[in-house]
Write a protein that binds this ligand. Structure first.
Ligand SMILES: [Zn+2]
Length: 340
């Protein structure tokens, strides 16, 4: 029951989804809520977010109006911990469909009594990937729902769904926010966008845009790592470049010396693992270069340099009045001398 690939977005406010969620909640309260719910909308509009909120709401034992789930009851806590036995997520594996076997075992679970409250909830991601037999099996469940089971189907457009299935579900389309609303939301998150073309590029899908903007930030720091690799390379091959590298590090001592520390650390790990780079290594993109450096330095030297580096960094962070470049130059010379 692994949840969202958009996990970090969980805490982000999603104001354009609020009216939709409140409407669904109202439908439930007034008994106009079907056992099959279909949510459509473009990628990154927040279908899964609404589905999760709805699932938590349906399972919550202390439902609130208009906020939704209470967030405090036993059920809410289990849900937040991805550990609720009455909640199921069904999705296709990459480039595969959702087959009859998956649906059958789901139906078996739905036939059992709920573990905790009254309701059971299933979210089906990429519902258009259901095979025809799988969709037909699901149809039966929707025609004769087992107790209080709710199925929430997600897909981009309703045209992608089998007509028979479509006729059994209550359909809600999630609209992307307009430019003004979207720009205000992004600006609240610290992204001031001047380029409306960017909104078009992502068809105003807020979460896709946010993902993009955040990954651009990440790649900026990747550039700084590249600078560290290039800086070390020049330091070892062109002694006169020491000052350029030192200046670069001095501009943002705390962060960039940390990045340089990671570089030494990854080299250290690479030596210990006989040149196999761990996937979560900070410098995995520079593996070929690190493999060249690896035999040129000993483990002992790497440990010595790491400790020298951290000392220099601490000194510079704690005492802002020091001559940064002087201390960094001294450090870089030590680094250069340890490489064979
Ligand atoms: Zn609750």
């Amino acid at each position: 029951m692994s949840l969202d690939e958009n996990e970090p977005l969980k805490q982000v406010s999603t104001p354009w989804l609020k009216p939709v969620f409140e409407q669904l909640q109202e439908n439930y309260q007034s008994g106009r809520f079907a056992h099959g719910i279909l949510l459509t909308g473009s990628a990154g509009v927040g279908k899964f977010k609404v589905a999760q909120d709805l699932a938590q709401y349906l399972l919550c034992s202390n439902k609130q109006m208009p906020q939704g789930a209470c967030g405090l009851c036993h059920s809410c806590k289990l849900f937040a911990a991805n550990n609720h036995l009455d909640f199921h997520l069904l999705q296709n594996e990459q480039n595969k469909s959702i087959g009859i076997e998956q649906v059958r075992s789901l139906i078996d679970t739905l036939n059992e009594r709920p573990h905790l409250g009254d309701n059971k909830v299933v979210i089906i991601k990429n519902a258009h990937t259901l095979t025809v037999p799988a969709a037909n099996a699901l149809l039966k469940t929707l025609e004769e729902p087992q107790g209080n089971s709710y199925l929430i189907l997600l897909t981009r457009t309703h045209h992608q769904l089998m007509p028979t299935l479509l006729s059994r579900v209550q359909h809600t389309h999630l609209h992307t926010p307009g430019d003004t609303e979207l720009l205000a939301w992004l600006s609240e998150l610290g992204f001031n966008i001047q380029d409306i073309g960017l909104l078009r590029l992502f068809q105003n899908s807020p979460l896709s845009l946010l993902n993009h903007l955040q990954s651009v930030q990440v790649s900026t720091s990747e550039d700084e790592r590249r600078n560290c690799v290039e800086g070390l390379f020049s330091l070892l091959n062109q002694p006169e470049s020491l000052f350029t590298f030192s200046q670069f590090l001095a501009e943002s001592v705390e962060k960039r010396l940390q990045l340089l520390f990671h570089l030494l650390h990854d080299l250290h790990k690479l030596k210990l693992s006989e040149s196999v780079m761990n996937r979560d290594a900070v410098y995995s993109f520079a593996l070929p270069q690190l493999q060249i450096w690896q035999p040129q330095i000993t483990l002992k030297s790497l440990r010595y340099l790491s400790s020298e580096l951290l000392q220099t960094r601490k000194l510079l962070v704690d005492h802002s009045g020091l001559k940064k470049e002087l201390l960094i130059n001294a450090l870089l010379i030590k680094i250069k001398n340890e490489f064979k």
